[in-house]
Design a binder for this molecule. Sequence first.
Ligand SMILES: Cc1cc2nc3c(=O)[nH]c(=O)nc-3n(C[C@H](O)[C@H](O)[C@H](O)COP(=O)(O)O)c2cc1C
Length: 190
Amino acid sequence: MRVLGIAGSPRRGGNTDLLLAEVMRGAASSGAEVKTITLNEMTIAPCQHCDGCLETGRCKVEDDMQMVHTELMKADRLVLASPVYFMGVTAQTKAMIDRCQALWVRKYILKLPASGSRQVERKGLFISVGGTKSANLFQPAVATVKSWFRTLDVSYAGELLFPGVDEKGAIAKHPDALHQAFLAGQGLVE
Ligand SMILES: Cc1cc2nc3c(=O)[nH]c(=O)nc-3n(C[C@H](O)[C@H](O)[C@H](O)COP(=O)(O)O)c2cc1C
């Protein structure tokens, strides 16, 4: 089972990074093949709505997103980690999601499977933290991620959402967040 982790925060070693690492460790401990990509280290231009993907389901913009598309289609499990930025996901994460318009075309226009030729049930997990405890803190980000998962034929199988976590690495002081993340990684692949 292949698990793809996507780190959406620009802060290396930050809160969502730590949670993602534990999820991936949990998944690996249950025998999964794991791979993590860090969006901030990639060149992923925002979608230009050029409609270049309309006939082929392939994005015409040649940058690192081509590799991400391949990884997204190969994965059996997806783990997306993004902190809340102005009530949504980070710009890095949203650029990656918007570039999946080409996969939206594959699914809804070309009627092609989102996971290549395989007929596996795909599941996904969303990890997020926010510095405040605002009402509905995660609601917009969760809506975005659910919409993205649906396009990829990935079921929204779980979430790890921690409000009130702001300083870099503060999640490590939470009584059991990292343990919850490890268990969620195990559970995702069992
Ligand atoms: C540009 C920016 C926007 C942010 N917007 C919000 C917000 O809308 N609500 C909130 O609770 N925290 C917000 N935060 C705080 C982050 O969510 C918080 O620091 C989080 O722990 C960062 O996670 P990371 O360590 O994984 O990068 C924002 C931080 C930045 C830099």
